[in-house]
Design a protein around this ligand. Structure first.
Ligand code: 23J
Ligand code: MN
Length: 273
């Protein structure tokens, strides 16, 4: 958007646009689509090779009271919850390549980066056939030839319909003796979209990288390259099958955790109907 001088006429036009938006949300002409999975003790969580690393703990929801002797008129819970649990946001400080950005934590990222247009690349058929399917730069270019160019400031998300497996951690992680098998990007895919100036990259799998990405060069290229560029990741997105290829607006705001490296989110999309 051109940073035009905000004249009185401009402000009136923009106020009218917001009124129109509110009316269209109320009438359903713009639909709000829920892109989050449920968050609880059964939410699938990443498993790393024990020799390499510690895992994020199981999610716990503990009751404080529910209209009882511990709180007669109220119900509330406390949580044990890793930052990188369920549908979540990856901040730049999550990865060593992004460690030095002052604005790379959940509490320091500019909030305007939490609302942006989203490009949805449908890889569901390929991913069903090949659980290790990798989206390449050429794959993204072919998608652009059909749907239009990816622009600076936009999200790119990979639709795999992997959310249909999230009811079972075994199905979701899809691991065998050789480790997890789930689709993701190649290094050149991430390099290509970063050159376009995207705000970030999202997937429907447990992380932003493919299951076999530990063996790529660099290891975990989505994490390595996105966060090196001070850009963001989204993981375990749901319901991407309900979005158009282009035209939706994605709202993905992490909790304002102090020096947080990520956070569960309630990801939402605004879609014209
Ligand atoms: C830590 C180490 C490796 C990976 C991840 C976290 C994630 O996917 C994540 O949730 O950011 S691959
Ligand atoms: Mn993460």
């Amino acid at each position: 958007m051109a940073a035009a001088q905000s004249t009185r006429e401009n402000r009136m036009t923009e106020a009218a646009t917001l009124r129109d938006l509110a009316a269209m949300l109320a009438s359903g002409k713009i639909e709000v689509v829920d892109l989050s999975g449920t968050l609880g003790p059964d939410t699938p969580l990443l498993k790393l090779p024990p020799a390499l690393a510690k895992d994020t703990p199981k999610i716990e929801i503990h009751k404080i009271s529910e209209y009882d002797s511990d709180g007669p008129f109220w119900a509330w819970n406390w949580l044990k919850l890793g930052e990188h649990s369920g549908t979540h946001f990856d901040a730049p400080h999550h990865w060593i390549t992004g460690k030095d950005y002052p604005d790379g934590y959940t509490d320091t990222i500019p909030v305007k980066n939490f609302i942006a247009p989203v490009n949805v690349i449908d890889c569901s058929a390929e991913s069903e056939k090949n659980h290790d399917f990798l989206l390449t730069a050429d794959g993204v270019k072919a998608w652009e030839a059909k749907h239009g160019e990816i622009k600076a400031g936009e999200w790119v998300v990979m639709r795999t319909d992997w959310d249909k497996r999230a009811h079972s951690e075994a199905l979701y992680l899809n691991a065998d003796a050789n480790g997890p098998h789930s689709p993701g990007p190649t290094p050149d895919c991430i390099e290509y979209i970063l050159a376009k100036g995207v705000i970030g990259w999202g997937t429907q799998c447990i992380g932003t990288d493919a299951g076999q990405a530990g063996g790529m060069n660099p290891p975990f290229p989505a994490h390595n390259l996105l966060h090196k560029a001070n850009r963001y990741g989204l993981a375990s997105l749901a319901n991407l099958d309900k979005l158009p290829a282009k035209g939706a607006i994605l709202i993905a705001a992490p909790l304002k955790l102090v020096q947080g490296t990520g956070s569960p989110i309630r990801a939402l999309a605004l879609v014209a109907r």
